[in-house]
Ligand binder design. Structure first.
Ligand code: ADP
Length: 166
């Protein structure tokens, strides 16, 4: 059976984005080449300790994409498929860095399809130079005094340094 999607499918790119780095930005830019409307969904998870609050992450990502009409940024909590429904979206964008991402991503994609058969997960791969990047690694390097310029957007780099090197 063919999964029916509207002619202009809306895509959601979910994640914690604590913080957003250039691997995420690369996926966002690739996704907007394919989908006319992309919603970056920032997960509010009260059980997960984050460096930046949900509102701070929302503000940071919104200001980065303030001039890009194809990108909308929102907070969400709970099931991703419920957020998709609220946004009238059918596509889930995920980044696939390496084989190590595969197993978890594969399970999530199948679970999301089970929860909502209309949800289709699309995997995109980043530029090689960003394929080893993760928010956790960026946070660790900044905490230990390393330089992450060229790996995170400049405004985010200064906010991270302020927050983690006090
Ligand atoms: P999560 O909260 O799911 O751990 P993140 O906020 O770290 O997620 O990432 C959100 C999405 O971005 C995931 O699909 C993840 O695979 C993808 N991603 C993370 N880092 C990179 C990277 N360096 N290149 C491409 N995609 C990435």
């Amino acid at each position: 059976m063919r999964v029916s999607v509207s002619h202009q499918p809306v895509a959601v790119f979910p994640g914690s984005f604590d913080p957003l780095h250039l691997g995420h930005a690369d996926i966002i830019s690739r996704a907007t080449q394919i989908f006319p409307r992309l919603i970056v969904g920032i997960l509010e998870n009260p059980n997960k300790q984050t460096v930046f609050t949900p509102d701070e992450r929302l503000g940071m990502v919104r200001s980065l994409y303030a001039n890009d009409p194809a990108v909308e940024v929102r907070l969400f909590s709970g099931l991703l498929v419920n957020f998709l429904q609220q946004m009238r979206a059918t596509i889930i964008i995920r980044g696939m860095r390496a084989v190590s991402d595969f197993e978890y991503e594969f399970q999530m994609a199948l679970m999301n399809r089970r929860l909502s058969p209309a949800a289709e997960t699309v995997f995109l791969t980043p530029k090689e130079e960003y394929s080893y990047l993760s928010s956790r690694l960026v946070r660790e390097v900044v905490t230990l005094g390393g330089d992450v310029s060229g790996l995170v957007p400049e405004p985010i780099r200064s906010l991270l340094e302020e927050r983690l090197r006090r």
